[in-house]
Ligand binder design. Structure first.
Ligand SMILES: NC(=O)c1ccc[n+]([C@@H]2O[C@H](COP(=O)([O-])OP(=O)(O)OC[C@H]3O[C@@H](n4cnc5c(N)ncnc54)[C@H](O)[C@@H]3O)[C@@H](O)[C@H]2O)c1
Length: 372
């Protein structure tokens, strides 16, 4: 089978999740191409070599430029903070590589547009890692919506809540620096809720947003003093969709007890769907017809449910890591078919425009239209 040589840039949280996906995918699914974990790239020689051993990469490198210049590399998988996505992705595209990039696509609309333009100019395939689209229960919700099972969509209510920075003494890590992360809870987690909104309901035409930073100064990671926090701790927005639905998204890292509460509720003319990542194998379904007065819980582990067939018998549940494996699976098939996967950099630009208008709406305290 033809090999697909992958280079991973960044090897911590997402680097581990992506490595696991590249390693696992061929063990469970029949693939048209064989992914080879060719090289992992980091900034520090020792930790990158340790990561290569731990995560199963053949080689370690401390220069993404050298990795991208290698003719044997087919896919560049970007798992670094947002401030380096554009530079790496544009160089990778120019070198003719397929580019797979973590979300949010970039730290600004301009950067995201430049990334899309570079990929289109080079004629390479590109994909954005909004992995929650590929939780089986979410893909099932999409299938049900597309089949008209809940009728015309009227409401989308998305929330992505965490609590890891409630403590004011938690250090000012890169996610709390605008120059590195672009924004706070907005780009980090509300971006996932917005991507699910676009995936499940459709394009967002107008937003009215509100941002708040509760703790404006935090200790530096090395303990040498305090530093400002210049991103939002919480983001909230009302949404209007092209299809006529209305909605809301909330992203916050200040919700004690909420660890990774990524939830949506969608109400249509014929029924409702509810998903909560912390119970990710379940989809709550209410249908006007035959509802017997309440929601029922569908355990999305049946072989007929999306992505499930290759895994375990019904009821043998899947986890967080499978969302990445399913993403990589679809990327490999897209490469084989030479088709643009989804979501791609075009979705990234659109998401970035929504994020940008939410920030502008917060500043102007008014509604903003999202450019088509
Ligand atoms: N899809 C998701 O659900 C999800 C979840 C978490 C993070 N993310 C995204 O993934 C990206 C990375 O986040 P993370 O949580 O893995 O961060 P992290 O801090 O855990 O890891 C970042 C990695 O990037 C490396 N790095 C930074 N600059 C580099 C450079 N110039 N060259 C090579 N390596 C470099 C660091 O050494 C580190 O290995 C971000 O864009 C983030 O928003 C996505």
């Amino acid at each position: 089978m033809t090999k697909l040589n992958v280079a991973l840039i960044g090897h911590q949280f997402m680097g581990s999740a992506h490595s696991n996906a590249w390693r696992q995918v061929g063990a469970f699914y029949d693939l048209p191409l064989e992914p080879h974990l060719a090289v992992v790239c980091g900034r520090n020689r020792e930790t990158t070599e340790a990561a290569a051993n731990r995560l199963g990469w053949a080689e370690a490198s401390t220069s993404w430029e050298e990795v991208i210049a290698r003719p044997d590399i087919d896919v560049v998988d970007i798992c670094t903070p947002g401030d380096s996505h554009a530079e790496i992705a544009i160089a990778a595209a120019a070198a003719g590589k397929t580019v797979f990039c973590e979300k949010p696509l970039a730290n600004s609309v301009e950067e995201s547009r430049a990334m899309l333009a570079a990929a289109e100019k080079a004629g390479v395939l590109h994909m954005l890692c909004h992995n929650y689209r590929r939780a089986p229960a979410v893909a099932l919700a999409k299938r049900m919506i597309d089949a008209g099972e809940i009728g015309e969509i009227r409401h989308y209510r998305g929330a992505y809540l965490q609590d890891w920075i409630v403590d004011p003494n938690f250090p000012r890590v890169w996610r709390l620096e605008k120059s590195k992360a672009g924004s706070g809870a907005l780009g980090d987690i509300a971006s996932h809720s917005l991507d699910l909104a676009r995936y499940l309901v459709g394009e967002i035409s107008e937003v009215c947003g509100m941002l708040e930073t509760f703790i404006r100064e935090r200790p530096l990671e090395d303990g040498s003093g305090m530093a400002p926090v210049d991103v939002d701790d919480a983001a909230l927005a009302m949404l209007r969709f092209d299809c006529g639905a209305i909605g809301s998204v909330e992203g916050s890292r200040f919700c004690p007890g909420r660890k990774n509460y990524n939830r949506f509720e969608i109400n249509g003319s014929q029924g409702s769907l509810v998903f909560d990542l912390e119970r990710m194998n379940e989809l709550e379904v209410y249908r006007e017809e035959g509802a017997n007065g309440g929601f029922r819980t569908v355990l999305a582990t049946d072989p007929s449910h999306p992505y499930v067939e290759a895994w375990w018998p019904p009821g043998h549940i899947l986890g967080y890591e499978h969302t990445f494996t399913h993403t990589v699976l679809d990327l490999i098939h897209a490469i084989d078919r030479e088709e643009l996967p989804s979501p791609n950099f075009g979705d990234g630009v659109r998401n970035q425009c929504v994020l940008d208008e939410i920030e502008k709406s917060h500043e102007s305290r008014g509604w903003r239209q999202v450019e088509a």
